[in-house]
Design a binder for this molecule. Sequence first.
Ligand code: FAD
Length: 466
Amino acid sequence: MSEIKTQVVVLGAGPGGYSAAFRAADLGLDAVVVDARETLGGVCLNVGCIPSKALLHVAKVIQEAKHLSSHGVTFGEPTFDLDKIRAWKDSVVNQLTKGLAGMSKMRKVKHVQGYGKFTGANTLEVEGKDGKTTITFEHAIIAAGSEPVSLPFIPADDPRVIDSTGALEMADIPEKMLVLGGGIIGLEMGTVYNALGSSIDVVEFLDQLIPAADKDIVKVYTKTLKGKFNLMLETKVTAVEAKDDGLYVSFEGKKAPAEPVRYDKVLVAVGRKPNGKLIDAEKAGVNVDERGFINVDKQLRTNVSHIHAIGDVIGQPMLAHKAVHEGHVAAEVIAGKKHYFDPRCIPSVAYTEPEVAWVGLTEKEAKEQGVNYESATFPWAASGRAIASAATDGMTKMIFDKDTGRVIGGAIVGTNAGEMLGEIGLAIEMGADAEDVALTIHAHPTLNESIGLAAEIFEGSITDMP
Ligand code: FAD
């Protein structure tokens, strides 16, 4: 049994955890980070954001190469070497985890590998490969993240039933795969497998894919899925029976087939649940709700003032960039700074092809909240750059406060929408109004022009100069 004393211990080395530990070290604090994984980076870097984007890059290139045949350039049918595709994905992850290890070493942040649980208000015990370590801390930051939700009626121990981690392993390319859940993670993985040759069915209980985004934006994306995915909206899975020749899935609802359908694989992507219940938080006096979330204030403090919590374990949106910013604030507060986590908006992006991205208020939320708003949309069919790039399946939408003209939300569907969204996020954070955006000269021809053009649509966006 070894013992460590530290000013700050961070439980979990995902984007929230490592960002918090690094910021604490940069501010002169002694920091230790605990993670069950061998590498830093958590879900995002090891089995989430990054490997999925490496595979989506492959999918995008395949799709673009296919489309080129209608512009006079024809490549042969692609052939796939799964080992090499996997190696590409792994090399991306390795490059980044190595980078993190280097940054950690440089800052003298110690990584204790093993599973950690609280044993008291100032102690944590870590069970690792090399035995137990007791860590005594002055401050703790819980950054334990989340894990995929499984469904009780689905045989979880059948290797043909996979979650996002299983999907990223790419053991094989199934001929026919069911994606259970029409949210971001399921659609991204469906995009990858479809590009590599799988026939994909997507089943979603609600009446639209990506339920958090506005209907008109999602509609543009959904239209592009014709011939790619077979969509079953307003439909649910009621049973999955494992047989030798495949998984037989029964459905109920609007698009439910009458008979069970055979699939080679079923990807369960119905959401993620927080890991708050797995860390003996009660031994430190930290309250965890019945779902496993930990409640915090604007300084990311739990009900125990020297213990903070950040990232997926404190609630939605479960996104890496939210976790990073929270990690910074938690470390800064511990270092004595009067900082708060109080963003006006947090962007969300589905890195499908085309991408679906939104930030700030959606139109649906503006309506629900009774905001006096006006929305303006610019279809990419009217964008020179979109036409020249064969990317007209897109739309830029801005939402303005009608009284002040301020930008309060925005959404983009189309190629590279996620990259474009930053401008709208900045406009919201800075309190910019329609005129600020409309008078900003956007380079021509770019897809970004569509943001300025959407702002021009807002009535009163251009006022007389004094
Ligand atoms: P996590 O990244 O979940 O890390 C928590 C870490 O804590 C893990 O490494 C775990 O091993 C460790 N841990 C937990 N409990 C213990 C314990 N008791 N002892 C020791 N270690 C412990 N988000 C985006 O913003 N953009 C994306 O493109 C994106 N794509 C995604 C794709 C997929 C397939 C998935 C699954 C997720 C994706 N996400 C994406 C979500 C993103 O990964 C999470 O929001 C983010 O990782 C949360 O960070 P975190 O710091 O809260 O914790």
